[in-house]
Ligand binder design. Structure first.
Ligand code: XMP
Length: 246
């Protein structure tokens, strides 16, 4: 079986670079039906879907498995956005559950430490699953934490350490917010083809697909800009076109 990185790259060559974040307001009651409907109508413009606590908390094992199975039937990869950050044993049991649910990859927080991260990558890759780590988040206040000056061997910023750890531990990709294109550019220059860059924060949070793609982003994580639009198909089509023209 191909690796997560390869599977995602293959589908993106055909469908473009958008990963849909299925985040709904708490007023939405038919979460499974709505997500499956999104997959069925938007799949030609997507390479993957991302589920986070909006769905993982309220839905059952059966419902989440059904969503993942449907996504796979339509050729899409699925990512669990839980920003995993715990001791080795908890990470291990958590990812076993995620893989049983049918997910292809997990988003993790590297603050867990380099050794735990290496363990997580090793056990995930053994199952042909992917690990994506946070490098610099999209929210404006991310500057206060991810740009923090630290002394770890040398003087550097926290996101620079997280980038080094991502390369060393051989994760599949990193998350760098679309609201910080200059940091995307820095990471892209440093990591080259070793890491895929995933950027959330397009549209609603102010990031521009065009700018981040030219800065080096490989995949666009997009939620509300598509989901809350009156015509999600036409927005997806437009963003897909931009992702092809990189
Ligand atoms: P919107 O609606 O803003 O949704 O397009 C973005 C999605 O991405 C998540 N998000 C992040 N995830 N690091 C992450 O791992 C980030 O910096 C980040 N910023 C936003 C958000 O939860 C939503 O699902």
């Amino acid at each position: 079986m191909a690796t997560f990185k390869t599977r995602l790259s293959q589908i993106s060559k055909k469908n473009g670079k958008i990963i849909l974040a299925n985040d709904y307001d708490s007023s939405e009651k038919n979460l499974t039906t709505k997500t499956i409907q999104n997959i069925k109508t938007l799949y030609p413009y997507l390479c993957g879907i991302k589920l986070n606590f909006h769905l993982l908390l309220p839905l059952s094992f059966k419902e989440i498995s059904k969503i993942n199975k449907t996504a796979h039937n339509y050729g899409l990869q699925t990512i669990a956005d839980i920003k995993l950050n715990d001791i080795g044993n908890t990470n291990k049991v958590t990812t076993e559950h995620l893989w049983n649910l049918g997910f292809d990859a997990v988003i993790a927080n590297p603050i867990m430490g380099l050794d735990s991260l290496k363990q997580l990558v090793k056990s995930s890759h053994k199952e042909n699953k992917g690990v994506i780590t946070l490098c610099h988040m999209s929210a404006p206040e991310a500057k206060l934490s991810y740009d923090m000056e630290i002394k770890m061997g040398k003087s550097q910023k926290l996101y620079q350490l997280f980038l080094d750890w991502a390369i060393t531990s051989k994760v599949d990709g990193i998350v760098v917010g679309a609201t910080f294109p200059e940091i995307i550019q820095y990471c892209h220059k440093k990591a080259g083809s070793k890491l895929d860059i995933f950027s959330p924060g397009i549209g609603t949070q102010g990031g521009s697909a065009k700018n981040v793609l030219s800065a080096g982003t490989d995949y666009l994580i997009i939620g509300r800009t598509i989901i809350n639009d009156k015509n999600p198909v036409s927005v997806s089509k437009e963003l897909q076109l931009q992702s092809f023209s990189k």
